[in-house]
Write a protein of this length. Structure first.
Length: 198
């Protein structure tokens, strides 16, 4: 149950999060009426503190926030709304109100992809294993992926979990290198999988 009476203005903060990327897009405020309208229309509606009225995000720009789900925090006084945004969220034209790009981030794997990209771009100057693979070309990189895949299959048939996980890490690492060689990143593969889900 949302506690709209906790604050004297009857408003609660509403954090807006992209359902796919998990990035925070903006913060707005809702009263009971705005919340009810959001649930009914499935388009996020706030209470504007400056205009003193309800406003549906995108009512002028067309950049709606389509509600996927919501949650109430442990104190019942803050909302988290997961949405599918249409276009940029911020009135400035930015993806988020923090002027950040709303792109998929895979945490450590994205960091690793960036390191691999850096080594690729500086392959002639680098003295690293990754740089040496890029220097040898796509045939060697593809061969390494094949070798690692076979080793994963072999270890999968045994009961040595540590060896299986190590070979799996080697396969994923070399696959990320192969993706970079072909000019792709993990998000390209994820998009293919998402399209298959539909």
């Amino acid at each position: 149950m949302i506690n709209f009476s906790k604050y004297t203005d009857g408003l609660v903060p509403a954090i807006i999060q992209d359902n796919e990327t998990k990035n925070v897009l903006m913060l707005g405020f809702m009263n009971q009426e705005a919340f009810d309208k959001t649930i009914t229309t499935k388009k996020v509606t706030f209470f504007s503190r400056t205009k003193k009225r309800l406003w549906t995000k995108g009512e002028e720009s067309g950049n709606f926030l389509h509600l996927v789900s919501y949650a109430v925090d442990c104190d019942n006084d803050t909302l988290l709304l997961k949405v599918n945004p249409v276009g940029p969220t911020c009135h400035t034209g930015s993806d988020t109100c923090w002027n950040e790009q709303n792109s998929q981030d895979f945490g450590f794997l994205s960091k690793l992809e960036n390191t691999i990209k850096e080594r690729k771009e500086n392959a002639s100057d680098e003295k690293s294993y990754v740089a040496s693979l890029f220097e040898k070309g796509i045939n060697k990189i593809a061969q390494k992926v094949g070798e690692e895949a076979i080793e994963v299959v072999i270890e999968a048939k045994d009961n040595k979990d540590e060896l299986f996980l190590n070979e799996s890490a080697d396969l994923l690492f070399h696959y990320l290198i192969l993706l970079q060689t072909k000019g792709f990143r993990l998000n390209h593969v994820v998009n293919v999988l998402k399209n298959r889900e539909k």
